[in-house]
Design a protein around this ligand. Structure first.
Ligand code: ATP
Ligand code: MG
Length: 240
């Protein structure tokens, strides 16, 4: 098995609070992997720790076999990890195109900039249409698309999406997952935070369930039942 990201024994503290307790995960290259968990489970803390935003108290994160645990965020990004933040944050007072170009600030991405922009516009025609408009005029779904498109501008190997579908209408969520599948078919690995069990099992190859900073269940989505995941998610039987 070829794991693009390996997380072992990760502990992260927010002051006195242990936000992550002994978290281990293996993200297989070329897959869509989802993390399911209720509010406060530690999902964002985990993604931000992978991206070098939080320093873990213990544990290690490897990307393509390389230890990235203590690397700076910009360095981690330059290796091929791009993240779309929670709440599909975009630069509201910049145009759609300026937002996209912000995604290509790293030396590696800069070279490929024109080609990437073309690719992104092909893939998201609505962003091309609105290219000169301020991002603040985009709908929630369009912002999430822009956020993903901005990640693509970095020509990443892995895209990490925090709360990919939160607050969006079902039809928009459907479109977003269609784009994820398209990019995944091109070889991009996805690590997604998804709050809905059903959607996670439907779209991801592999799912992790987190409760209070711990991984309480994991497995191929095809082999996990909604009932079992739901029990784990809501904390029933979590210590059985
Ligand atoms: N910067 C911080 N300082 C202190 N505590 C924090 C900080 N960030 C998160 N926490 C706490 O750490 C725990 C995990 O939070 P985190 O945001 O990682 O969870 P989450 O699973 O992403 O939740 P949500 O679904 O609400 O986004 C929570 O108890 C939260 O209150
Ligand atoms: Mg979060």
């Amino acid at each position: 098995m070829n794991n693009i990201i390996e997380i072992s024994g990760l502990n992260v503290m927010h002051g006195d609070l242990r936000a992550l307790a002994d978290v281990s995960m293996n993200i297989e290259s070329g897959k869509i992997v989802s993390i399911i968990g209720a509010n406060g489970a530690g999902k964002s803390t985990l993604l931000n720790t992978i991206m070098g935003v939080h320093a873990p108290a213990a544990g290690a994160i490897r990307f393509e076999g390389r230890d990235i645990t203590k690397m700076r965020t910009s360095k981690i990004a330059s290796l091929g990890l791009a993240m779309t933040p929670e709440g599909s944050r975009v630069f509201a007072d910049m145009s759609v195109m300026e937002n996209l170009l912000m995604g290509a600030y790293l030396p590696g991405a800069k070279k490929a900039k024109a080609g990437q922009l073309e690719k992104v516009y092909d893939m998201f025609p609505v962003l091309k249409e609105k290219s000169a408009q301020l991002a603040s005029f985009l709908s929630g779904g369009q912002r999430q698309m822009l956020s993903i498109a901005r990640a693509i501008m970095m020509n990443p190997k892995v895209i990490i999406c925090d709360e990919i579908s939160l607050g969006l209408a079902p039809v928009i969520i459907h479109d977003i997952y269609a784009k994820v599948k398209e990019l995944n078919a091109e070889g991009i690995t996805f690590l997604l935070v998804e709050q809905e069990i059903k959607r996670s099992l439907r779209h991801a190859d592999y799912s992790y369930v987190m409760v209070k900073g711990r991984v309480v269940m994991e497995g191929k989505s095809s082999g996990l039942s909604r009932e079992a995941v739901s029990d784990a998610y809501f904390g029933i039987n979590q210590f059985a």
